[in-house]
Each structure stands twice: as C-alpha cells, then as structure tokens.
Design a protein around this ligand. Structure first.
Ligand SMILES: NC(=O)c1ccc[n+]([C@@H]2O[C@H](COP(=O)([O-])OP(=O)(O)OC[C@H]3O[C@@H](n4cnc5c(N)ncnc54)[C@H](O)[C@@H]3O)[C@@H](O)[C@H]2O)c1
Length: 380
C-alpha cells in the first residue's frame, strides 16, 4: 500500500513570504506530506488570512503557533497534524521546534537551525529525549548530482581529498536594501533575528553543509576573515574562511552577499589525489569530473550511469531540468519515510538531521567570533 502523506502544519510562509511556498510545493510533489494546518504569519490577522488563501479550513488556520500546537494535539489521532514545518525567520525556530517536539510532533525546520550554540544543544537534547524525526532543509543536499558527487568522493573515484573550494556568492545585499524595509533583507541583517551570521549564516551555512555531505570530512581548524562592506549594517555581508580537515586536507569557504550580478552562485569544487569534481547550483543537472589522465567527463542527471542514491531521486528524463523544488522534495521524501518508519534516521533516509543543523550553527558562531584572529580549533 502506498505511504499515506504525513499531515503537516506550517509555521511561517504566509502572505509575502519567500520559502514557505517552496516547502509546500516540495512537500506535495511526491505526496510526501499534505498541509492540514497553519500559523502562517507573525500577526493573527495575517495568519488567518494566509490560511484562507491556501484553502485551509477556518478552524485550522490558527492565529498563533501556540494555538496550533494546543488545538492540533487535542484532535483525534487519525486527523491530527503529525509534523510541524518551520519557515519563519531564524529567531523563531528554537521555541517552535522545541515546543512542537514536546507536544509530540515531528519537525522539518529551515536553516540555519537556530541562533546560537546553546539553542542548538537544547534542540539536540530535546530531539534525543522525545525521539521525534527532525529534518533540516539544507536543500542543496537533495540534488541528484550532489548525491553523485558524494558517491564519487566516497567510493574513491578522485582519490584522497586534498582540497575543497566552496563559494556562495549573491549580490542582492550590495546596497543597504534593509533600509527600504524589504522584508527578507530586514531580518537577515539584524543579528537578534538572524543570529551571529549574516552572509555566513544565510548562505555560508549551506556551503558548510554541502562540504560535509559530499566529502564526509570534519573541519578541525579554521581561520576566518569577516567583513561588513555596507555602511551601517551590523552583520557580516562578506566572509571567507580557510579550512583544515580531519584527513589533513585543506579548504576555502566563502559566502558573500555583496557581489553585484551574482544570483545564487553556489559552487563546490573538490580535488583528490587522482581527480576532481565541480558542481554549480545554477547548472545543477551536470557534474564535471576531472582526472590526472583526462579528458574531463560530464555526468548528466538521468544519463543511466548515476549511483543508486542519485537515481532514486531523479524524476524526469535527462534534458528536462530538475532543480530547486525537486531537491527540497527529496528532503521531504526522506523525512516522511522516517516518520512512517517511526525513527529519526537521516543516514538511511538521506535527509539532514538536527545534528547537522547544530553543527552548522556552531560553525557559523565560531567563524564570526574568530574573525581576523588567526587559526582556531573547531569542535562541534
Ligand atoms: N533552504 C533555503 O534555500 C532557504 C531559502 C530561503 C530562506 N530559508 C530560510 O527559511 C526561513 C524563512 O525565510 P524567508 O526568506 O521565507 O523569510 P520571510 O521573511 O520571507 O518569511 C517569514 C515568514 O514567517 C512569518 N513569521 C514570522 N514570525 C512568525 C511567528 N511568530 N509565527 C508565525 N509566522 C511567523 C512571517 O510573517 C513570514 O510569513 C529562514 O530561516 C531562512 O533562513 C531557507
């Protein structure tokens, strides 16, 4: 029998929000989850109106997330919401995720997980105590070609990893956009709502996670250069980090939101002792592999040669592009499978866990605190 969609309630993602709509499309793409409830916005009026926009029944378009948790927990088991999806600004993540798990709900939360290490440790402890499934939407891990890169690195196709360069460049914060009141810029440049990291938290978090997912290497030491170019801004908008890995390999991570003309220029390059790999988010259906012998090889999504993990998340024939929404959907598919299996297991079901989210938050905090201060040790 086909798996029943997991009943989800969304916090955030109301009118004028960015990523909530992507989550809703992704959750339903394969029938992994279905929206049954929501506390979709920061004011009760807008929450209720946003719920009506999405066709939620009046009694399940809640004014606040607290009301949603309380009322849903009191419903009969067969209709009760099962998972809470958190797509609010970062400062809201911790309290919603903690309360959701304690009320018996699974959690899907966007990145960065929370504001600081103390909140991260608290969510890890709460997850371990409650046993709830917890997925963090580091969506770039959901791309088939990223899964192929992971497979190639881990099966030794490029030898021992020596060098990693991961860069995420955007240009949309090259001017003080937040001064205009633009919603997404406003909270992302406020450390009380974004956390310690600006560019480092918003997109550097993806870069850190991508390196970890593909290479499996741990960062042991780093040296960071943390900069704010736009006058009056109180958070980094351009950060670069030198990395040392636990196998002796070296790396560079750079996250900038002040590169005019750059959109979502996320690129990962990994070189080992016998070859290299390059994946670019803006051309996500291919992966370039180089070798000492040459010539270069271009892997295409759905070309019949990919590993099981990549093939399993490929929906369309090659040449019909798959991208952002499908990658998110792959995380939803894994999280829903774990929920139906009754066990939080990101390894088996291939989704980022609360532990990945916590490591990311600690790395952001360490990089910002250590800015300009030479080499530092990194401990998760
Ligand atoms: N994985 C990705 O690629 C990706 C991309 C964009 C954003 N994000 C993350 O998703 C989250 C949301 O980002 P966004 O750009 O969609 O933000 P946004 O500002 O566009 O939307 C945030 C939504 O949360 C609502 N909200 C705020 N406080 C709330 C509360 N107490 N209760 C209910 N709703 C509340 C707002 O009203 C709004 O609807 C952030 O954590 C961000 O880092 C991830």
């Amino acid at each position: 029998m086909a798996q029943q969609p997991v009943r989800m309630g969304m916090v955030g993602g109301g009118r004028d929000a960015f990523i909530g709509a992507v989550h809703r499309m992704a959750a339903t793409l394969d029938g992994s989850m279905e929206l049954v409830a929501g506390a979709l916005s920061s004011t009760p009026e807008k929450s209720i109106a946003s719920g009506a926009d999405l066709g939620l029944p009046e009694d399940r378009a809640y004014p606040t997330w607290e009301a949603m948790l309380e009322s849903e927990a009191a419903r009969p088991a067969e209709e009760r919401m099962e998972a809470v999806v958190i797509v609010t600004p970062n400062h809201v993540h911790h309290s919603v995720a903690k309360a959701a798990m304690e009320a018996g709900f699974h959690v899907v939360c966007d990145k960065p997980l929370v504001l600081n290490a103390a909140e991260a440790d608290d969510l890890v402890a709460t997850q371990e105590r409650t046993g709830k499934v917890f997925a963090v939407t580091y969506n770039y891990t959901g791309y088939p070609m990223v899964k192929e890169a992971r497979h190639l690195v881990r099966s030794g196709a490029i030898g021992d990893v020596r060098k990693v360069i991961v860069e995420y460049n955007q240009g949309w914060l090259a001017t003080p956009l937040e001064a205009s009141g633009q919603k997404q810029a406003d909270w992302r440049t406020d450390p009380t709502r974004a956390g310690a990291g600006g560019a480092m938290g918003d997109i550097g978090s993806h870069a850190e996670n991508l390196v970890s997912y593909v290479t499996g290497l741990g960062i042991t030491e780093f040296a960071s250069d943390v900069t704010t170019h736009v006058e009056g801004r109180s958070i980094d908008d351009d950060t670069s980090v030198l990395l040392r890995f636990d196998n002796g390999g070296r790396g560079i991570l750079t996250a900038s939101q002040v590169c005019p003309g750059c959109l979502n220029d996320l690129r990962l390059r990994v070189w080992g002792s016998t070859g290299g790999l390059c994946w670019h988010q803006e051309d996500p259906n291919t992966l370039t592999q180089t070798s000492l012998e040459g010539p270069d090889r271009i892997h295409h999504r759905a070309d019949g040669s990919l590993c099981d993990a990549a093939t399993a998340v490929t929906r369309l024939p090659g040449g019909h592009p798959e991208a952002f929404i499908e990658a998110f959907a792959n995380i939803y598919r894994g999280a829903a499978a774990a929920i139906r299996a009754g066990r939080d297991d990101g390894e088996t079901h291939d989704y980022p866990t609360v532990h990945d989210g916590a490591r990311g938050v600690k790395f952001i905090g360490a990089v910002i605190a250590g800015g300009g201060d030479g080499w530092k040790r990194f401990e998760e």
